[in-house]
Design a protein around this ligand. Structure first.
Ligand code: K7E
Ligand code: CUA
Length: 651
């Protein structure tokens, strides 16, 4: 089966370069007819029809756009520190970025996915993976803030993640890189047969969304690239693509492209639950952080967890089967009916579609074609539903419109191709500028897609926007997909690299959006509820300032008695109880960010003064006509000074 594909790889690479370097894309300039402009025009004061959540890739965050306008509303801080909202700078949010490696202020976030009930988007939470230091985050869609981050042990390059099941029973984390499990000092050359891949299943509490690492499945040392859950008839199964089934440890572009077919791993997670119940797991020591943010205490806690339940796929029959799939598949996508499992072989020109019914039939009749590390391999022909032939070059990802059509991105030939489920015929193709990764249709990976728009998330823009030096923006392109042919409506720039995105009708979540936090319900340890409680306290070299803020002053606004060598904690409560009135706080020379405090919330900034003098602090958010007056002074005396610690307002 082995044959070298060097030539193919070189050819594809050359084609890839060609597609990225094509000249100015004049061809479609006329496409932006006034008709298209009308379709994306959202009049001033009007709202968009959909929310779109775009991953930030190497920005580590998630951005929120409106569709069809392409207007940016917010950047949600997830895995990277962000001075704009003090995320990862304030004492309250720093624990969110805690891991078993210590404080990790950055990550690479790829796949947002919205929670579902009965296979339909419910808009309660959105999950996203961290690739580099394996984690999954849950964002609360009432506050649009990160509520929880769970680190994934025994994993490396958490790429096939998170992808929620039909009732948000689980989000998953498949390891892109296999590693020694448990980690240990060993020769890289001994990879083959010794490294392992872990597929983690994280359960989600149906009431509050709380995540827990339910179990891990120990797999052969392949690379687990992407995943999607079964739905409807295939609910209870989860599909993971693999590449590097060669188990190469060096020069993967050649050595991991040898096998004609890699696998889609079909995991029966209901069976896994049975095995867990029956006690067929091993408990392994592990070390991973679980970070939870509370809207009551306005603070995060980080807990280190110490063990994990592990199921060995090689030893437990019926848990995993391999579906041979051509040429280093990247995406795996399941259609709304749950019958078709699409393997997007990135070195292939064809799309391979597996049939769930045929798969179950082959399993029942034990029609196996050998095994890999004890895991049965099904026969390619026995599970094949059909092939979309010569659809393009370099297929990556597929979404569905709910009308019986699939839409696949082709990276190398830089296009989106619409094809028909069941007949496998290509219906339409449109070029994208350039080199699309994922495409997104709101609800396009659920039972109920909202097949009005398709968003193409492109890697390269070249000439599409004004130049901004060597780095030009990456971009999204919006298509109308309601007609027989796709129609390009709009280009808009994105933040970071948008790998995947998730879209949802705005009315599902807009009505639940939180306006303020009730001051009376604020349980922050350092919150104050009245200005009478405002004060300063010394505890050794720690100075705690209990401060309030309201338009347009701080209480207190004069502080004396701070000394060089002190750690000054400003605990500030925003007394506002009006929608859209945060206040900010910044102090000169701080080796830290600012604070941006929501109405009714408390946040803390640590300031370690380095210079004697009288230093101002001020509100950073233009909050009222007297915003410029919203300021104060701290007097900093030399170490050992006996200036008493005092605070005042209006004296
Ligand atoms: Cu194809 Cu990380 Cu989903 Cu990017 S991945 S494109
Ligand atoms: Cu408060 Cu500006």
């Amino acid at each position: 089966m082995k044959k070298t594909v060097n030539i193919l790889v070189t050819l594809l690479f050359a084609l890839g370069l060609f597609s990225c370097n094509q000249g100015k894309s004049d061809g479609d300039k006329g496409a932006l007819s006034s008709n298209a402009a009308e379709k994306v025009y959202v009049a001033p004061g009007q709202h968009d029809e959909f929310y779109a959540f775009l991953s930030g890739g190497f920005s580590g965050q998630m951005s929120v756009y409106g569709l069809p306008s392409g207007r940016l509303f917010k950047v949600i801080d997830v895995f990277s520190q962000d001075p704009q909202e003090s995320y990862g700078y304030s004492e309250e949010t720093r624990p969110m970025l805690n891991t078993s490696f210590g404080f990790v202020p950055w990550d690479d976030a790829h796949h947002p996915d919205i929670s579902q009930t009965k296979g339909v988007l419910d808009g309660r939470w959105i999950f996203i993976n961290a690739n580099n230091t394996p984690r999954i985050a849950r964002i609360d869609l009432t506050t649009f803030e990160t509520a929880e981050i769970l680190e994934i042990p025994n994993s490396a390059g958490n790429h096939s993640s998170p992808f929620v099941t039909e009732n948000t029973e689980y989000v998953v984390a498949g390891t892109r890189f296999s590693v020694p499990i448990p980690q240990r000092d060993m020769s890289i050359k001994d990879y083959k047969g010794k490294f392992k891949g872990a597929l983690s299943f994280v359960s989600v509490d149906p009431e509050n969304g709380g995540m827990e690492l339910a179990f891990q499945i120990l797999m052969p040392g392949f690379d687990y690239d992407l995943a999607h859950p079964g739905r409807d008839k295939s609910h209870g199964w989860f599909f993971f693509t693999t590449y590097n089934t060669e188990e190469a440890n060096s020069l993967l572009e050649v050595n991991a492209s040898q096998n004609d077919k890699d696998f889609i791993a079909a995991v029966n997670w209901k069976k896994a639950e049975e095995y867990i119940k029956a006690g067929k797991f091993k408990t392994m020591p592990a070390d991973y952080a679980h970070n939870v943010y509370s809207d009551e205490t306005h603070s995060a806690t980080s807990t280190m967890l110490k063990e994990v339940k592990v199921l060995d796929a090689s030893e437990l029959p019926g848990l995993v089967y391999f579906l041979p799939t051509p040429k280093s598949p990247h995406g795996v996508d399941v259609d709304p009916s749950g019958e078709y499992i699409i393997g997007n072989g990135k070195l292939s020109a064809n799309l391979t579609v597996h049939s769930f019914t045929k798969m179950m039939d082959a399993i029942e009749n034990k029609k196996f074609d050998g095994e890999a590390y004890g895991i049965p391999i099904l026969k390619f022909e026995d599970v094949l539903a059909g092939t979309v032939n010569q659809a393009g070059l370099g297929p990556l990802h597929t979404e569905f419109d709910g009308e019986g059509n699939g839409y696949t991105s082709f990276f190398i030939s830089s296009e989106v191709v619409k094809w028909k489920l069941g007949t496998w015929e290509v219906l339409d193709r449109k070029p994208v500028y350039y080199s699309v990764g994922h495409v997104m249709i709101p609800g396009g990976n659920s039972r109920n897609p909202y097949g009005k728009y398709l968003l193409s998330l492109n890697k390269i823009t070249k000439d599409r926007f004004l130049p901004t030096g060597p780095e030009v923006t990456q971009s999204a392109q919006l298509f109308d997909i309601t007609g027989d042919k796709m129609e390009l409506l709009l280009d808009f720039p994105t933040i970071g690299e948008p790998h995947y995105a998730a879209g949802i009708p705005a009315d599902i979540i807009a009505k639940n959006s939180r306006k303020i936090f009730k001051l009376s319900e604020n349980k922050h340890k350092y919150a104050i509820k009245t200005t009478q409680e405002a004060r300063v306290e010394r505890n050794g070299n720690e100075v705690h300032v209990y401060m309030s803020m309201i338009r347009s002053h701080f209480t207190p606004d004069n502080i004396e008695g701070v000394k060089i060598g002190d750690k000054v904690y400003f605990h500030i409560t925003n007394f506002e109880q009006d929608f859209d009135v945060p206040h900010g706080f910044a102090v000169i020379g701080g080796h830290n960010g600012e604070l941006l405090i929501m109405p009714g919330a408390t946040e803390t900034l640590l300031w370690e003064p380095t210079k004697v003098g009288v230093w101002p602090f001020y509100c950073t958010d233009f909050c009222s006509a007297l915003h410029q007056e919203m300021s104060g002074y701290v007097r900093v005396s030399p170490a050992g000074s006996n200036v008493p610690l005092t605070s005042s307002l209006g004296e």
